[in-house]
Design a protein around this ligand. Structure first.
Ligand SMILES: [Mn+2]
Length: 326
């Protein structure tokens, strides 16, 4: 495939690779980093360093070779820095990372004007395809172009990447391509139920208690449904932000709403917001007005203030977006 030709050239010409995903990683970030690392090894590359600022979440520790991921950057300089499932250095959590060549493989929308910045101009190669359901899809295609055969470990990582970013093959990004690739990955040894069990059916008891407290705050108005998780709830249940990762899925399930919002208090008066759209509104635009980003159907941002202050700001923007529909 033509869009990969430059990436392939950079990979073939170099020996050492530093592969990094984004902060607060999920299955697509970790699965893509690991699948690329395993693939490059099969290509005969011996010097590979996998990096994730926030390590590997508990629920993803089943992923083959996840134990290889480091949280500290390497001391030496690598030939190629591969930025995966994000497209800016600060999203990796390491602003200072550098290498002789930098490449990006991602499916998030590039921020306005970013393409003109010095960082992007200096990239050795990049594939940034917002139409790809997951970065795992792009890694799958890249390995294919490189002629690297799939094995069970690569397939499990890529299957998990795609499963997670399609919400278990339920979201609007599911298309013939993502299902076809998933089918190939199962043929290559990925076991759907094993992955599902690890990712969706292994919730820690305390997280479930946290969900109970959070769900009790469920409310809706003007086409918006939302829930809150406060610092006090984390304290009461002995949980952390990681335990509330998918909570936005619950207000999204409410019938008749356009947008779901999840307010998570990560520090006192600092909220991480997750937005989900039922399909009509581009929530990435809403997140962007607060300095965040993401995709049309799923986006996020951070806002400072008390919960009522934050909600007031957010609801006025969301309400306007819903009003503009009519
Ligand atoms: Mn992704």
């Amino acid at each position: 495939m033509k869009i990969f030709s430059k990436l392939v050239q950079v990979i073939r010409q170099n020996k050492s690779f530093l592969i990094v995903g984004h902060i607060n990683p999920e299955g697509d970030a970790i699965g893509s980093v690991l699948a690329l690392a395993l693939g490059l090894k099969k290509l005969g590359k011996k010097d590979i360093y996998t990096l994730s600022k926030d390590g590997v979440p508990e629920i993803l520790k089943f992923l083959p070779s996840s134990e290889s991921i480091k949280q500290k950057p390497p001391l030496k300089e690598f030939d190629v820095l591969c930025i995966v499932d994000c497209n800016a250095l600060d999203r990796t959590g390491f602003k200072e990372l550098k290498a002789k060549n930098t490449i990006i493989i991602d499916h998030h929308i590039l921020p306005d004007g970013a393409g003109q910045s010095a960082f992007y101009q200096k990239l050795a190669a990049s594939v940034i395809d917002p139409h790809a359901a997951a970065t795992g899809i792009l890694i799958y295609k890249l390995l294919n172009v490189l002629g690297i055969p799939l094995d069970k470990n690569i397939a499990t990582n890529l299957y998990t990447a795609i499963l997670v970013d399609t919400g278990g093959f339920r979201y609007s990004n599911v298309n013939p391509e993502s299902l076809k690739i998933a089918s190939h990955l199962v043929e290559a040894g990925a076991k759907p139920w094993n992955v599902t069990k690890e990712v969706y059916e292994s919730i820690p008891f305390e997280s479930m208690k946290l969900l109970g407290l959070s769900l009790a705050t469920l409310d809706k108005k003007d086409g918006i449904a939302w829930i809150n998780t406060t610092a006090a709830m984390f304290k009461k249940t002995g949980t952390t932000a990681e335990d509330a990762e998918d909570f936005v899925d619950f207000p999204r399930k409410v019938k008749g709403i356009e947008i779901a919002v999840f307010f998570r208090e990560d520090e006192k008066s600092v909220f991480k917001l997750s937005f989900r759209s039922k399909g009509q509104i581009d929530v990435q635009k809403i997140a962007k007005t607060f300095g965040g980003g993401g995709h049309a159907a799923a986006a996020g941002c951070r806002i400072k203030g008390t919960l009522p202050e934050v909600q007031k700001k957010v609801f006025s923007v969301v309400r306007k977006a819903i009003k503009d529909l009519n």
